[in-house]
Write a protein that binds this ligand. Sequence first.
Ligand SMILES: Cc1cc2nc3c(=O)[nH]c(=O)nc-3n(C[C@H](O)[C@H](O)[C@H](O)COP(=O)(O)OP(=O)(O)OC[C@H]3O[C@@H](n4cnc5c(N)ncnc54)[C@H](O)[C@@H]3O)c2cc1C
Ligand SMILES: *[C@@H]1O[C@H](CO)[C@@H](O)[C@H](O)[C@H]1NC(C)=O
Ligand SMILES: *[C@@H]1O[C@H](CO)[C@@H](O)[C@H](O)[C@H]1NC(C)=O
Ligand SMILES: *[C@@H]1O[C@H](CO)[C@@H](O)[C@H](O)[C@H]1NC(C)=O
Ligand SMILES: *[C@@H]1O[C@H](CO)[C@@H](O)[C@H](O)[C@H]1NC(C)=O
Ligand SMILES: *[C@@H]1O[C@H](CO)[C@@H](O)[C@H](O)[C@H]1NC(C)=O
Length: 644
Amino acid sequence: MARFFRTTAVATVLAAFADHAIAAAVTGPSSNCPARFPWEDSILTDADVAASGDPARFAFGDDITDDNLKHRHRGGAEPADCRAFPGNPSWPSAATWSLLNTTLSGTLLQTVPLAAPCYADWPAQYDAAVCANLTTNWGDPYLHIADPTSAMFPLFQGLTCLPTDNPTGGNCTLGGFASYSVAAKETRQIQLAVNFARNENLRLVVKNTGHDFADKSIGAGALSVWTHGLKDIEFVSDYSCQGYSGPAFKLGSGVITDEIYAAAEEHEVTVVGGVCRTVGIAGGYIAGGGHSPMAPLVGMGADQVLSMEVVLPNGRFVSASADENPDLFWALRGGGGSTYGVVTSVTIRAYPKIPVTTMTFSYATSENLTADTFFDGLGAYMKYFDTFSSAGAYGYFFVAQIAPEQYVFSFFPMWGANYTKPEFTKLVTPYLNDLADLGIPIEPIITEYPSHYQAFLGQFPAESVGGYDNHAASRLFPKDNFKDPAKRAETLAAVRYAIEDGGVLVGYNIRAAVNPAANQDNSVNPAWREATGFFILAVAWGKDATDEEIAQASEKLTTDWMGRWRAVSPGAGSYMSEGDINEPDFQQAFYGTHYPRLRALKEKYDPTSLFYAPTAVGSEDWYITDQIEWFPKQTGRLCRKKSS
Ligand SMILES: Cc1cc2nc3c(=O)[nH]c(=O)nc-3n(C[C@H](O)[C@H](O)[C@H](O)COP(=O)(O)OP(=O)(O)OC[C@H]3O[C@@H](n4cnc5c(N)ncnc54)[C@H](O)[C@@H]3O)c2cc1C
Ligand SMILES: *[C@@H]1O[C@H](CO)[C@@H](O)[C@H](O)[C@H]1NC(C)=O
Ligand SMILES: *[C@@H]1O[C@H](CO)[C@@H](O)[C@H](O)[C@H]1NC(C)=O
Ligand SMILES: *[C@@H]1O[C@H](CO)[C@@H](O)[C@H](O)[C@H]1NC(C)=O
Ligand SMILES: *[C@@H]1O[C@H](CO)[C@@H](O)[C@H](O)[C@H]1NC(C)=O
Ligand SMILES: *[C@@H]1O[C@H](CO)[C@@H](O)[C@H](O)[C@H]1NC(C)=O
């Protein structure tokens, strides 16, 4: 093993030297492109593989095709086209896992469900005090982020190990959680995990925060790469590279929204991130497109990316930018997480510090406000969607039924990036007048903040997670759905139908600004470029709902409620990162006209389909065993469909 480490150290130095030499030669002395992080320069080499003790298990997949992989692994008593699964003959032996662990310098973790301390059938973990603490803090996102496999919204994990105060009332199992996890601290470990998973025919998943509503970061019988530990943030005040000069941040893929916003505040700049404090910026957020209160001003999160570093499905580590691997760069910015490799870091633009003005108010039906007038108020807001978003403003709101025939509307808030209070007040006054004309009483609170981060802290409370009593779908409504009076009426009727039937609407008045200064030639769903409304619709059920009840509610959401939304927005799309795992024709809805190119690039970069996640590019070739319709879980074995 000693030889292995020495080889790695030499390779690291050489690689770092080569990178700098190439950067200097290509871009000239006036450029300032940030170097890779030191841990990114710890790279697996062919010499390391040769010295690893079992080269076949750790070899790169340079020339691998599905056919030669199949030839190597499949046949015998097992389903020919399935990934290895615990308990099956092709599952690696304890000695093989141990070899992987040694090669990884001891960073391999055998996964344990987060709530195992609540269960007597996990004697090594069982601890009533720890369980009580877990139960109290279950909604805390940091609890799930700090765990190698936990998912924040465990519905599709199968709900096989929830906190309980009855330690013998049930058995806790892994369900949809991965079997092993690599707590990545350097590139080399990710490369080893990727090579091992491919060579052993394992399912591979990538977990960053576990934020994804569709539980795309987990999978039964998987080896998981856990990117949470990749926390570096580097501010480059005078970045000059990739055709852009100005402030930029290079961030490791474990960095979350709150951390990058705080760093931006410290350096007196503004960056694009979400509204949720704990979403992983360089993980699922940028990969999915990334919307934010800055979108109507400067575009999507993915539009801000200058370069990325990524471990490919063949195990090689490459840079992706407009200059290097431009097709991969295109696909990684909008084509979805866990599809083209494991991103280790991204470099994003930063903008000057700006003031932000926000507005909140709520109103509800009452003896003086009928349901019809209530929905007229929503229509009055929709009338301004194009005006507001064209002016750079953003609205985040909530509409729900609170009792039969009773409804509430709330802003969470409306947000004017780069607006002072007088400017913002002028923008919203016509809308407020329209509400007054309808007799809707409101008391708007308008607040100016000196920076994006101050507004974020003031307006977005820390999120609560851990729930499994609802499921959501979403629609990106084109601007004509709100601008054109007849279409607006149809859209409002379709929205009202769902809310009257118990749906909960989380709405955004948002657009993706055209920003010539940013790089918008990427794979972000084209539906984002047309939309001024992004509406998430959730269906809820009781805590003790059966699988059949969950499936039934999910079917109603997808077919009846969303069917009406699709009917009034033909050809539009949905947002993959806050979308429906049951979305019909998800290729069109989540990727639009980019799908064929994304699919071709999937075949180019991942010919054996090593990376899989539900609704990811290429996932239509696979299925998970033991499913019930409308309630897909990650608890079964991943197998390839026969027809493909
Ligand atoms: C409360 C809440 C608020 C949200 N707010 C917003 C918002 O304002 N704007 C917005 O656009 N979205 C928002 N989202 C959606 C969010 O963008 C997605 O959930 C996103 O997938 C989270 O990415 P993650 O890396 O944190 O999560 P994870 O669940 O860990 O990962 C998500 C997906 O990305 C993959 N992935 C993660 N890291 C990597 C990596 N380094 N390389 C390759 N693949 C990787 C995973 O395998 C998985 O498929 C919100 C979600 C929630 C739950
Ligand atoms: C990997 O090795 C480390 C260090 O020896 C050990 O603590 C850990 O439990 C091992 N992991 C597995 C899955 O055996
Ligand atoms: C309780 O859980 C929190 C995290 O949610 C942790 O910070 C704290 O240390 C735990 N306390 C005990 C006594 O285990
Ligand atoms: C837990 O599993 C054991 C062994 O499979 C089984 O006998 C027992 O009934 C289960 N307990 C519960 C509460 O489901
Ligand atoms: C309804 O209007 C009447 C008359 O203006 C007023 O007294 C009452 O408080 C209002 N009720 C609500 C719930 O606003
Ligand atoms: C903010 O507004 C000022 C002028 O009021 C403008 O110069 C600046 O470019 C704007 N910033 C952004 C990020 O749009």
